[in-house]
Write a protein that binds this ligand. Sequence first.
Ligand SMILES: Cc1ncc(COP(=O)(O)O)c(C=O)c1O
Length: 382
Amino acid sequence: MYDSIIKKIRKCLPTNVKKYAVHEPSFPKKVLREIEKCIDSSYVSTSGEYLDKFTRELQEITNSKYVVLTSSGTAALFCALEEINISGCEVIMPSMTFVATPNAVIHASGIPNFIDNSKYSLNINAEILDKYLNENTMQVKGSCINKKSMRRIRCIIVVHAYGTAANVTNICKVAKKHKIEVLEDAAGALGSYEYNKHVGTISRMGALSFNGNKIITTGMGGALLLKSKKDYERISHKISTARLKHEWKVEHDMVGYNLRMANINATLGYCQITDFKKTLKIKRKLYNDYREIFYNDKYCYIKDEEPNTTNNNWVTNLYLRDSFKDKHQILIKRLHKSNILARELWKPMHLLPMFKSMPRTRMKNSINNWKTGLSLPSSYYK
Ligand SMILES: Cc1ncc(COP(=O)(O)O)c(C=O)c1O
């Protein structure tokens, strides 16, 4: 079994690589020249031409009206949640997410409320959400109240897990019915679409990450995709230390944050994003190769994409069939021994010590996915 899986994975990968990490950054040659230009300009910090250029490229790819560049994806989520104002309220999210999602909720003084993901994908599903809200909440003066905790449920974060687009349109309909705001955590999903709309632009706000392991990286960094001018102006102001525009005066009108992206980081992002179509194509090929080789495999499978979505194939996950579940840890160990540095999926959030006491639904799929899934080497191989 193990040898057969390892052989199949290796068949999809180039032979000239010593260790196959899940995701490594890849920079075009011009990056050093552009970094030098950035340094020569002296604009290495919070203003400069690469911030503008990277913003424009992101606007073009996502068709988002407004883009705010931030210092990380976590910062982008935090700013969005503060703007929605979740203080003292619950925020629904899948337990199957990266820890940054509930962390951002806690930082913005909210309470994460974890729900299970769909059986067929790592994302939440509109019907599961609707059923949960119908059974567990009530409407009081236009607010959605959790019947058990009696707290307001202010927002739901739709996570596009591992870059795979969730069916946000239907989730937004359910959320509207229950009077809940929607925020998309599209951290790993640059280049993923639902119904030809870029994820992160379907709800009021969406967060992207450009951390080192993402499809495009700025070293560290993130962005908020926004629909409304008001959200854009308020968030841009707040994350720029709330400094009033003036050529020489240094004055501020509120307690702000310094959560902007730096021009030197944007240089890295700009150099990669101009080749983004090629990146998507190469990553799609690797995903298709994995799918083909594991098609009808006795031991493992790759999940189908959600209906009406196109994905960026940032990371491809492989799952053991239920009858081989107990081989999960040994398989990962054997892969590592063969220099295939596969990783477990995110441990579901409701199992982490700091979130154990948070409200949650019964979890079946998230635990099963965690106990059977692993992330395959998914780097950009030329
Ligand atoms: C689903 C999800 N949300 C949020 C983040 C946080 O992004 P960052 O590391 O840029 O803060 C990540 C990063 O991996 C992520 O995968």
